[in-house]
Design a binder for this molecule. Structure first.
Ligand SMILES: Nc1ncnc2c1ncn2[C@@H]1O[C@H](COP(=O)(O)OP(=O)(O)O)[C@@H](O)[C@H]1O
Ligand SMILES: [Mg+2]
Length: 262
């Protein structure tokens, strides 16, 4: 089908530049509204007596890169799931791009989700679709036309360095390659915010660094990036903002987290 022919028709470098320009244009740093505000947010799951998170407050400006760290079970994924409106807070306010997500009507939720790209530890690719179609699927969901799909999918595959594998199926790829595809899928609709839940949790150190470098690159083009991780080597090396959660409580929020040599 279309995947066999698009490659020759496109000048990929030119195409990549175009997409980079779009990203910068759409998400210039320091816009008026913060990307994310959480205000005194608590969440108690129905089946539990103790809250998963308690009185969490933080604000993320557009264009920021933020790590969220903390022990297993401390509430990190709960924070991301609240931002996606997969679950509702028991208390508090959650604002994405200035809008109170707790007040959105059901039919408005797709517009919130379009502002968010999401990457998980276990990739979550469609097993019976090839790389191109895994990424194209995300475009079709938002009703993109064929012309746009043929332009954007190869571009994002080239950004994450996996264009030459566009016809492979997930089972034919390494973990690192699968996570690149998942990352391409997460950015293909040009989200304002990229949420990553332990994106390197299943990867070896080399692939972990490469995925983090890609996240950094995507951030530098203007996308706000939130990364939940256990990988303290990477956190310490990257000198980004670090929010630490412990037992559901925000215990520190450092501008440039990690150890420093000097
Ligand atoms: N769907 C759920 N139902 C009940 N309890 C949950 C659910 N999801 C998470 N929890 C509990 O909430 C707490 C925080 O979980 P989670 O946000 O997944 O932590 P983390 O991502 O930091 O490992 C844990 O005690 C966990 O058992
Ligand atoms: Mg988690």
């Amino acid at each position: 089908m279309e995947v066999n022919n698009y490659k020759n028709k496109l000048s990929l470098d030119k195409n990549k530049t175009l997409i980079v320009k779009e990203l910068v244009h759409n998400h210039e740093r320091g816009g008026a509204r913060p990307a994310i505000v959480m205000k005194n947010v608590s969440k108690t799951y129905k089946s539990n007596s103790t809250p998963a998170i308690m009185n969490i407050s933080f604000r993320v400006e557009r264009g920021e890169f933020v790590f969220i760290v903390g022990p297993s079970g401390s509430g990190k994924s709960t924070i991301l799931r609240l931002l996606m409106k997969e679950i509702e807070p028991s208390q508090g306010g959650i604002y994405v791009d200035g809008k109170d997500t707790t007040k959105l009507k059901r039919h408005q939720i797709p517009y919130l989700r379009r502002k968010l790209g999401v990457v998980f530890q276990d990739f979550r690719l469609l097993k019976n679709r090839n790389v191109f179609d895994n990424v194209a699927f995300a475009q079709r969901v938002i009703g993109a036309d064929t012309k746009t799909i043929k332009r954007r999918v190869p571009s994002v595959l080239s950004i994450v360095g996996i264009l030459e594998k566009h016809q492979k199926f997930p089972r034919q790829l390494s973990g690192g390659e699968q996570q690149r595809v998942a990352l391409a899928r997460a950015i293909v609709n040009d989200p304002m915010i990229l949420l990553c839940d332990e994106p390197t949790g299943n990867l070896d150190p080399k692939n972990s660094w490469e995925i983090m470098a890609l996240l950094d690159e995507i951030n530098q083009k203007g996308t706000t990036v939130i990364v939940v991780t256990h990988n303290m080597d990477i956190v310490n090396a990257m000198h980004k903002r670090v929010i630490t959660i412990n037992k559901g409580v925000l215990i520190s929020d450092q501008k440039e987290g990690g150890y420093r040599d000097e």
